[in-house]
Design a protein around this ligand. Structure first.
Ligand code: PLP
Length: 388
């Protein structure tokens, strides 16, 4: 049995998505910018997708810029908005330490070009306080980027409140909603943000697809130079079949969101409770209420998370640590570190992220094998430590 509990890394495409992508690969090869009938048909496909994505986030289709994914949407929002403000007195960017690298490394690159940045740490809850946020804002702040839901712990930030504080200071507010869109209701109107990123492959769409929603009137300099596609905001011939797949995934997510969220959160809570009750020295990282329904991040005292990940993989269970393995050395999760957790705890934490296809049988299986695996690995690590 193969059990996939790594939906925050990527999700399997829905059959309807696979069907439309493969069909349109064969039938809709037109360039959506061409004036002839082939081009017009391709453009109509893109318009449908744009409408479906807009409906999922309560937006106007004309404000959707189709991209190659969440990373590109984050880059376009942050680089595009700051470039449009070059030459003004506003020279500061405000963000948090728990953002995805697509945001953090983009802001680091801008710092090297003379922008200043304030990167906020968070309390252990993983939820930013409005007081800490307010204190970081001033009239120099050009752009704020605070994620909606975190990819490792699943915590949800009070984006509507934060965006209204940013607006009071005249700063633009971007939110990376890659991990919330398709999992919880997202309305750009209710959030009151200026720009929002989403990614298709996190909610049953194809990889290499995404979108940036950008409020009409917000100035943005395109990061990609070339043709005039996407109202001059994103140059390059659109990938019509894949973007049609993103549209269908958005439509399916909108139709099933409430039911899926209810079912998946019950399974997540069950898994979490079983682990906490049957495995000593375990704790959930981050706030358990302000969280997307599919994610739990759990620390296992006295255990290298990587060894449990490998042991679970050998049993056919796919999960994630959330830590990046760079040049052979395991870095503790920057998210857990930014939440003030010690690096030892950041090193022994694992993320379980469930999805629409997760079943009760799978959760029972995982909960059933975990206590034995943890006991065995803890014994092994104690023996290794004694031999050292
Ligand atoms: N932002 C967040 C919060 C993510 O979790 C991810 C993907 O892991 C991204 C951005 C990047 O999205 P993509 O893989 O579509 O480039």
């Amino acid at each position: 049995m193969r059990i996939y509990l790594d939906y925050n890394a990527t999700s399997p495409p829905a059959p309807e998505v696979v069907e439309i992508v493969s069909r349109l690969m064969a039938t809709e090869f037109g360039n959506a910018s061409s004036v002839h009938a082939f081009g017009q048909r391709a453009k109509a496909v893109l318009d449908d997708a744009r409408g479906q994505i807009a409906a999922l986030i309560d937006a106007d289709p004309s404000e959707i810029v189709l991209t190659s994914g969440g990373t590109e949407a984050d880059n376009l929002a942050i680089r595009g908005a700051t470039a449009a403000l070059e030459g003004t007195p506003r020279r500061k960017i405000v963000t948090t330490g728990i953002e995805h690298e697509a945001v953090l490394n983009t802001i680091k690159a801008l710092e090297r070009r003379g922008w200043s940045a304030t990167t906020l740490t968070l309390p252990e809850t993983g939820v930013l306080t409005t007081d800490a946020f307010r204190a970081a804002l001033d009239r120099d702040t050009a752009v704020v980027s605070v994620m909606h839901a975190n990819n490792e712990v699943g915590t949800i930030q009070p984006v509507a409140q934060l965006a209204s504080l940013a607006r009071e200071q005249g700063a633009l507010f971007h939110t990376d909603a890659v991990q919330s869109v398709g999992k919880i209701p997202v309305s750009v109107k209710q959030l009151g943000v200026d720009a929002l990123s989403l990614s298709g492959h996190k909610f049953g769409g194809p990889k290499g697809t995404g979108a940036l929603w950008i409020r009409r009137g917000v100035r943005l300099v395109s990061t990609m130079t070339g043709g005039r596609q996407e109202r001059n905001r994103r140059a390059g011939t659109e990938n019509v079949p894949l973007l049609a797949g993103l549209g269908v995934a958005a439509q399916l997510a909108a139709a099933h969101l409430a039911n899926t969220a209810r079912r998946v959160s019950a399974l997540r809570d069950r898994l979490e409770e079983r682990i906490l009750a049957t495995v000593d020295g375990t704790a959930v990282n981050g706030d358990r209420s302000a969280r997307v329904p599919n994610t739990t991040n759990i620390s296992f005292d006295g255990l290298e998370a990587e060894s449990l990940l490998i042991a679970l993989d050998l049993e056919g269970v796919a999960i994630s640590t959330g830590s990046a393995c760079s040049s052979g050395s395991l870095e503790p999760s920057h998210v857990l570190r930014a939440m003030g957790l010690p690096s030892s705890r950041a090193r022994n934490s694992l993320r379980f992220s469930l999805g629409a296809a997760t079943t009760e049988t799978e959760i029972e299986f995982v909960a059933g094998i975990l206590p034995g695996l943890v006991t065995k690995l803890r014994r092994l690590s104690r023996t290794a430590a004694a031999l050292r």
